[in-house]
Write a protein that binds this ligand. Structure first.
Ligand SMILES: [Zn+2]
Length: 415
């Protein structure tokens, strides 16, 4: 509990991950792992499949990895991956208590203890549960008999370039588990996610002549409406693959940010709206880009101003394909078996309407990867929380999985 609270106190939003990464490095070192700090080198990843373009600085950013290398392996190697970055807690005023001052509350409804805080759920709680699993094996005076990597990447909430960079640098394994906060379920498929932004130019003028100006903020509403129509079509029953048949509205469009105008008494001359949209596994990213551009162009063609000066569509951030994880794979069977041994029944299967870093392992490195992590609520929202009881249950299952997958040997035996 202290471990998680200490980690949550680091406000590791995009661009401010360094202190949390240092803290993680200390935790990994405390477990006896060989700690590596790995920079993200844009030149090495920008042409790789799965890369997402950025307009922010990557220089100086570090992924952290803890390596357990017992020498000649008995079992199979395993990566445990937990991103360090969290999303902004704004609006902070909506939180009951400050987002980076974790507190624990016992809830009568479910009899579980919950820790509140930004990142407690997504996903520092899961990461700490994985560390508890390794610590539990040490308490038994045992350690994995094959290589284990504990990966703490940056950039998961915006691009995935952190994990991509780690894989490019050779931090691969025979399987990967990401303890994202999905309620002790086994993730079997996830949507893709694309970020794009639409830039609209208006005609700037003083409001006294507002009739002659064209307001870019107001024109952007035409594009938002057109994209909402596209969203409904994408979610129509006929287009929904079997894997998402039971999911209500799997592909969500989000109007994330809007930045327009620069003076209350000036007609807004420019407006940039940033969107996020989902894709089904197997959907082609280039085809989705073409569809988006076609819908924006169609909306523009129906407007006298935009017809003459059409909006531009730009792509920064997630260009993430959807992906599937085989529930009949060895990794899935191992996780299911140990979940059942502890809980009495197999884990529910999850079709996830968000993306996670498992896509890089499954799609581009041929490494089976899934998510299995604790219960959390209101992730990305105010009063985010994780169940500490659930973290313990996840740690139990993960310890058993590591023992089974990697094999065990007496602790500290030199190789
Ligand atoms: Zn996450």
């Amino acid at each position: 509990m202290t471990t998680l609270a200490d980690l949550v106190r680091h406000p590791s939003v995009l661009g401010q991950e360094a202190s949390a990464q240092e803290h993680m490095a200390g935790l990994l070192d405390g477990l006896g792992l060989d700690v590596r700090h790995e920079p993200i080198d844009l030149a090495r990843i920008r042409d790789l499949p799965g890369f997402s373009p950025v307009d922010w600085e990557l220089d100086g950013k570090l992924n952290v990895v803890g390596v357990h290398d017992p020498g000649p392996a008995i079992g199979r190697s395993l990566a445990l991956n937990g991103h360090i970055d969290v999303v902004s807690p704004e609006p902070v005023a909506a939180w009951t208590t400050p987002p980076y001052e974790p507190r624990v509350v016992d809830h009568e409804e479910d009899g579980e203890s919950w820790m509140y805080g930004r990142g407690a759920g997504d996903m520092k709680g899961g990461t700490v549960a994985a560390l508890w699993a390794l610590a539990a094996l040490q308490d038994l005076d045992r350690e994995p008999a094959s290589r284990v990597l504990v990966q703490s990447p940056v950039e998961e909430e915006c691009t995935g370039n952190g994990t991509l960079s780690l894989l490019e640098r050779g931090y691969v394994a025979d399987a990967c588990i990401i303890p994202e906060p999905f309620g002790e379920t086994l993730l079997v498929r996830q949507v893709g996610v694309m970020w794009f932004q639409v830039r609209i130019l208006g005609r700037t003028t003083h409001v006294l002549g507002a009739g002659r100006g064209v307001n870019a903020i107001e024109k952007s509403w035409l594009v938002i409406q057109a994209l909402r129509e596209l969203e409904e079509e994408l979610n129509a029953d006929g287009r929904r693959p079997d894997g998402f048949a039971q999911v209500d509205h799997p592909l969500n469009l989000n109007v994330g940010t809007i930045a327009g105008g620069d003076w209350a008494s000036t007609v807004a001359g420019e407006c940039v709206t940033r969107f996020r949209i989902g894709l089904y596994p197997g959907d082609d990213l280039a085809a989705m880009r073409a569809t988006i551009e076609e819908r924006v162009a169609r909306a523009a063609a129906a407007d006298p101003w935009l017809r003459e000066d059409p909006p531009t569509v730009e792509y920064i951030g997630f260009q993430a394909a959807g992906c599937e994880f085989d529930p009949a794979s060895d990794l899935a069977r191992t996780l299911t078996e140990h979940h059942r041994a502890w809980r009495g029944t197999g884990p529910a299967e999850l079709a996830c309407t968000a993306t996670t870093d498992i896509r890089f392992f499954n799609l581009y490195y041929d490494i089976p990867a899934t998510c299995y992590g604790p219960r959390a609520e209101r992730i990305h929202g105010p009063d985010e929380k994780v169940s500490l009881d659930s973290m313990q249950r996840v740690a139990e299952v993960l310890a058993s999985v590591v023992a089974d997958w990697c094999g065990l040997r007496p602790r500290g035996r030199s190789s």
